[in-house]
Design a protein around this ligand. Structure first.
Ligand SMILES: NC(=O)c1ccc[n+]([C@@H]2O[C@H](COP(=O)([O-])OP(=O)(O)OC[C@H]3O[C@@H](n4cnc5c(N)ncnc54)[C@H](O)[C@@H]3O)[C@@H](O)[C@H]2O)c1
Length: 263
């Protein structure tokens, strides 16, 4: 669908689910794919570098092994709300931000960053001031310290994705100034291994209700193709944008046609 011939792309989370589908589509489109994941991908990527995105030293050591330039960084890795709160925030926000900001200088002109956030972050407007305070911290450790001093109500996963969405929106102009772009993909439920954890942490009724409304959940390939679009030159004027890819669920929830699920 898109031509990525000889483009060099970093994909986090390539060992499973949406990241796996993204790596496969990129390889098919001619890209060189460098995987950053704590697990080894099953797809035959160009290079795999093990990393624990909850650990700043592990991220720094992975970055030190990335000496070339890249055309895109696709932050797909994430953990669900069944993981410890600190891990959820570390992987989904602090590690994602640290990796991104460590690599911006190695992205080629016209290059882009994609963050996989979630429709679960729909409540970002209600917590915008707190999120901006967190994002005003300068480092992984400062962000973790802010979070431990400002614990948030509700599921940490939702807050982590609110932060990921706002991070993307607030970084658009800064990346534009660097000749780059940053966008987010916000999936609804997707048939990947993480979905069973979501049924536990968000409630079976909520996840199954979404399936009943649409007849099915998304396939990872349907999220991957949106990620490739945002990373491609076809999206060259799309920047700082949280792109919902959920089959229409959020439209009905956010306009009140269907009551918002309590996740
Ligand atoms: N599946 C869904 O329903 C859904 C919905 C909305 C958003 N998302 C988001 O999509 C992204 C991908 O999720 P998925 O559905 O493919 O899940 P998945 O569990 O299939 O894949 C997650 C990947 O992230 C990697 N990962 C997790 N913690 C890591 C760490 N500490 N260090 C390095 N790698 C780590 C895992 O090894 C795995 O390869 C996540 O950010 C998730 O929050 C998923």
């Amino acid at each position: 669908m898109f031509d990525f011939t000889n483009k060099r792309i970093i994909v986090t989370g390539a060992a499973s689910g949406i990241g796996d589908a993204t790596a496969r589509q990129l390889l098919e489109a001619g890209a060189h794919v460098v995987s950053l994941d704590r697990n080894v991908p099953t797809v035959d990527v160009t290079e795999h570098i093990p990393v624990d995105l909850s650990d700043v030293e592990s991220i720094d050591s992975a970055v030190a092994q990335l000496n070339e330039t890249f055309d895109a960084l696709l932050n797909v890795a994430g953990v669900p709300g069944t993981a410890p709160v600190d891990t959820v925030m570390a992987v989904n926000v602090f590690g994602m931000r640290h990796l991104t900001e460590s690599l911006l200088g190695q992205l080629t002109p016209g290059g882009s960053v994609v963050v996989v956030s979630s429709t679960a972050g729909f409540g970002w407007q209600q917590r915008l001031e707190a999120i901006k305070e967190l994002l005003a911290t300068d480092s992984f450790d400062d962000a973790a310290a802010w979070f431990s001093q400002n614990p948030q109500a509700g599921n940490a996963y939702n807050f982590s994705k609110e932060c990921a969405t706002v991070y993307t929106m607030t970084m658009g102009v800064a990346l534009h100034d660097m000749g780059l772009r940053i966008n987010a993909v916000l999936p609804g439920p997707v048939r990947t291994p993480i979905l069973e954890d979501f049924r536990k942490s968000m409630g079976e009724d909520n996840i199954d209700g979404a399936e009943n409304l649409l007849g099915r959940h998304a396939d990872p390939e349907e999220i991957a193709s949106a990620i490739l679009f945002l990373a491609s030159p076809a999206a060259r004027w799309v920047n700082g944008h949280p792109m919902i890819v959920d089959g229409g669920l959020s439209g009905t929830y956010l306009t009140g046609l269907v009551p918002l699920p309590e996740i």
